[in-house]
Ligand binder design. Structure first.
Ligand code: AHR
Length: 500
C-alpha cells in the first residue's frame, strides 16, 4: 500500500441546495421475496399480529427511510389494484406475467399503507399505465385520498379504513419506454395517456404530486428523446421525471466500477438539461424535478420459472461486496451534489430483491452497502455543500482520469451540525487528507465511522455477518480549522462536525 495526499475544503456558506428528505427512499415491489417473506410473512416468528416482519421494519427505521414506492416496477403494468383490497379470503390468485410468478394478493394497498405508518415513511403509490386505464388511476386516488361520501372512498371505509390515506406521491406508470413492459407505449402515446391520467388524478386531489416515467436507463435507444417528448406533452400536470438505473461490474473492471459516480452525474446532467429545455420551450413557470426512483447495484436476476409458476420465487437475491458498497456511497454523494434538481430517490429494493437486506424466516443479514446508506441517510441534513477537492487522479478505462476521492457534505445551519462523506476509490493507495474548513470560528469533529476492507470482493455471510460494518473510529484533532486523516484504500468514511 502506498500513500498520497489530498485536501478537502469546506465552507458552510458554499451551499448547493436544501437536501430533500425524500432522497432517502426505498422501493418495494411484488417481485420475488420482497413483499412475501420480506416485509409480510405471517409465518415468521418475527411477524406482528398483521404479519409484518418486526425485524425488517426495525432495520428500515434504522436506515431512516422517508418514503417507499409501491407496488412496482414491471409488476405494476399488469396489476389491478382492486385485486388487493377487501376481505383477504376473497382476493384472487393470479399469474403475474411480469415476473412469471403466482400472486396471492394477500398484501395490497391498505396493507402497504399500514406498513408505511408502522415504519414512519410516506407512501408513494404507482398507477398502472400498461393494462390500466386513466379511469382506474383516478379511481385509486379517490379510493385512497377522498375522505368519504363517494363510491370509492366509501369502499375504502367498508374495508376498514375510515380515514383517507392522503397519499401525496404518485408515479404515473413504470418504465413505459421499455419493450419488456406490459402495455409498452411510444413516447407520444405514453405522454398523452400520462397527461390525461395525471389530470384526472389531480382533479381528484389537487394536493398530490405526480411522477412521469422517464427513460429506463441511459442506454435505451430512445434516451433522452423519450424524456423530452413525454415531458413536452405532460409538463404542466407532472412534478417529477423518473430516472431508473442499475449498475454492475460484470466486466470485472473494478477501477471503472469504482468511478461510477461519473456516470451517475452525467445521467442527471443530461436530464437536468432536458428539463430546462422543455421548461423554456413551453414558456412555463412550472418546475419539474428528478425522481431517481429505482437505483441499485444489480448483478443477476435468477430464473423465475425454474420451479414452475410459484409464489415468491427467489429472484435477484444478490450478494453485495465492499466494492458495491463503495458504489452505493458514491451514488449517495451524487444525490447530495445534485440536490438542486434531484428531489426523490428510492433504492430498489428494500428487502430480499436486489437488496442489501436479506431476510430468512428466522433472521436478517445486512450486507455492506446497508451501512453506507445508513450513514448518509442518518446524517445528511440541511443543505448540501459544495466541497472543493484536490486529490490525485486515477486512470479508468471508462471515465478517463477521476479523483481518488469522491466527496459530498452537508450543513444544517439551525442545528449547527454538518457531515462529510468521503469515498477513497483507490484500490491500493491510502490518502492522507487535510480537511480544511474555510469559515467558522471553531470546528469540532464529533464522530467518525468507516467502512473499509482490503479486498473489493469481500462480503458478509450468514456465518460471518459482521465482516464489513461501519466501525466508529477516533476523531482527528482539529487545529486552526484543519484536521488530517488517513483514508485507507477501498474505504468510505463519514464525519460529523459542529461549527461555532
Ligand atoms: O426493480 C426491479 C425492476 O427493475 C422493476 O420492476 C423495473 O421497473 C426495473 O426494470
Amino acid at each position: 500500500m502506498s500513500i498520497t495526499t489530498a485536501q478537502v475544503f469546506l465552507d458552510t456558506n458554499r451551499t448547493i441546495a436544501p437536501i430533500s428528505p425524500l432522497l432517502f427512499g426505498g422501493f418495494a415491489e411484488h417481485m420475488g421475496r420482497c413483499i412475501y417473506e420480506g416485509i409480510y410473512d405471517p409465518e415468521s416468528p418475527h411477524a406482528d399480529e398483521r404479519g409484518l416482519r418486526k425485524d425488517v421494519m426495525q432495520a428500515l427505521r434504522d436506515q431512516s427511510y422517508t418514503v417507499i414506492r409501491y407496488p412496482g416496477g414491471n409488476f405494476l403494468s399488469g396489476y389491478n389494484w382492486l385485486d388487493g383490497v377487501g376481505p383477504k379470503a376473497q382476493r384472487p390468485r393470479r399469474r403475474d406475467l411480469a415476473w412469471q410468478s403466482l400472486e396471492t394478493n394477500q398484501f395490497g394497498t391498505n396493507e402497504f399503507i399500514e406498513f408505511c405508518t408502522a415504519v414512519d415513511v410516506a407512501p408513494m403509490l404507482a398507477v398502472n399505465m400498461g393494462t390500466g386505464s386513466i379511469q382506474s388511476a383516478s379511481d385509486l386516488v379517490e379510493y385512497c385520498n377522498v375522505p368519504g361520501g363517494t363510491y370509492w372512498s366509501d369502499l375504502r371505509a367498508s374495508h376498514g379504513f375510515r380515514d383517507p390515506h392522503n397519499v401525496r406521491y404518485w408515479c404515473v406508470g413504470n418504465e413505459m419506454d421499455g419493450p419488456w413492459q406490459i402495455g409498452h407505449l411510444d413516447a407520444v402515446a405514453y405522454g398523452k395517456k400520462a397527461l390525461e391520467a395525471a389530470k384526472m388524478m389531480k382533479w381528484q386531489d389537487p394536493t398530490i404530486e405526480t411522477i412521469l416515467c422517464g427513460s429506463s436507463n441511459d442506454l435505451m435507444p430512445t434516451y433522452p428523446e423519450w424524456d423530452r417528448t413525454a415531458l413536452e406533452i405532460a409538463w404542466e400536470h407532472v412534478d417529477y421525471l423518473s430516472m431508473h438505473y442499475y449498475i454492475n461490474n460484470r466486466e470485472e473492471d473494478t477501477a471503472s466500477y469504482l468511478a461510477s459516480a461519473a456516470r451517475f452525474e452525467r445521467f442527471v446532467d443530461t436530464l437536468e438539461g432536458t428539463l430546462r429545455y422543455v421548461k423554456a420551450k413551453r414558456r412555463s413557470a412550472h418546475d419539474v424535478y428528478l425522481s431517481w426512483d429505482e437505483w441499485q447495484v444489480w448483478h443477476s436476476i435468477g430464473t423465475p420459472l425454474e420451479g414452475g409458476w410459484t409464489e415468491a420465487p427467489r429472484l435477484a437475491e444478490d450478494v453485495y461486496t465492499l466494492e458495491d458498497a463503495l458504489v452505493v456511497a458514491q451514488w449517495l454523494n451524487v444525490f447530495l451534489r445534485k440536490s438542486h434538481v434531484l428531489k426523490i430517490a428510492c433504492v430498489a429494493q428494500i428487502v430480499n430483491v436486489i437488496s442489501w437486506l436479506q431476510a430468512r424466516r428466522d433472521g436478517l443479514l445486512k450486507q455492506p452497502s446497508y451501512y453506507a446508506f445508513k450513514l448518509v441517510s442518518n446524517h445528511a441534513r440541511g443543505k448540501a455543500l459544495e466541497a472543493l477537492v484536490k486529490a490525485p487522479g486515477l486512470e479508468t478505462k471508462q471515465y478517463g482520469v477521476v479523483p481518488a476521492l469522491d466527496v459530498s457534505a452537508s450543513y444544517d445551519r439551525e442545528a449547527q451540525q454538518g457531515a462529510l462523506f468521503v469515498v477513497n476509490r483507490s484500490q491500493t493507495e491510502a490518502v492522507v487528507t487535510d480537511l480544511v474548513w474555510q469559515n467558522g470560528k471553531t470546528i469540532h469533529i464529533d464522530e467518525v465511522w468507516q467502512l473499509a476492507g482490503s479486498d473489493p470482493k469481500e462480503a458478509n455471510t450468514w456465518d460471518e455477518p459482521n465482516r464489513l460494518v461501519a466501525n466508529g473510529i477516533s476523531a482527528p484533532t482539529v487545529k486552526d480549522r484543519q484536521a488530517t486523516v488517513l483514508l485507507p484504500p477501498l474505504s468510505f468514511t463519514a464525519f460529523t462536525f459542529r461549527l461555532e
